[in-house]
Design a protein around this ligand. Structure first.
Ligand SMILES: [Zn+2]
Ligand SMILES: [Zn+2]
Length: 113
């Protein structure tokens, strides 16, 4: 019995260690604008590199990316900007994100404000 419980716990920890990040879109059409011109520029400015692909782990869309507002599913109340394609940016489902994608805070007071 104890062993079974420990095994379950280890799986959860392994998942966290492997850096899998799941996010949800924040379905607000934000009217708030930051000083960067667009939310994609906002992401660019703090990432040093322009986005190559949509951040969803299996998505290879390179065009029509935009800076989407997302929230991490686990243990994090903050809002972030990541580049997503139009399809994933409008999805209601939880999205699995490539672990090399940098999450840029959407809070302009902490970034460009
Ligand atoms: Zn900005
Ligand atoms: Zn995509």
């Amino acid at each position: 019995m104890l062993q079974k419980k420990d095994g379950y716990k280890m799986n959860t920890i392994n998942k966290k260690m492997s850096g899998i990040i799941t996010v949800k879109n924040i379905s607000i059409e934000s009217t708030e604008k930051c000083n960067c011109g667009s939310w994609l520029n906002h992401w660019n400015n703090f990432n040093n590199k322009p986005p190559v692909f949509c951040s969803e782990i299996r998505c290879t869309h390179m065009f029509h990316l935009f800076g989407a507002h997302v929230q991490k599913v686990e243990d994090d109340e903050n809002w972030y900007i990541i580049p997503l394609c139009e399809k994933h940016g409008r999805s209601d489902e939880e999205l699995v994100i490539n672990n090399f994608v940098k999450f840029i805070p959407a809070d302009i007071n902490k970034t460009c404000g």
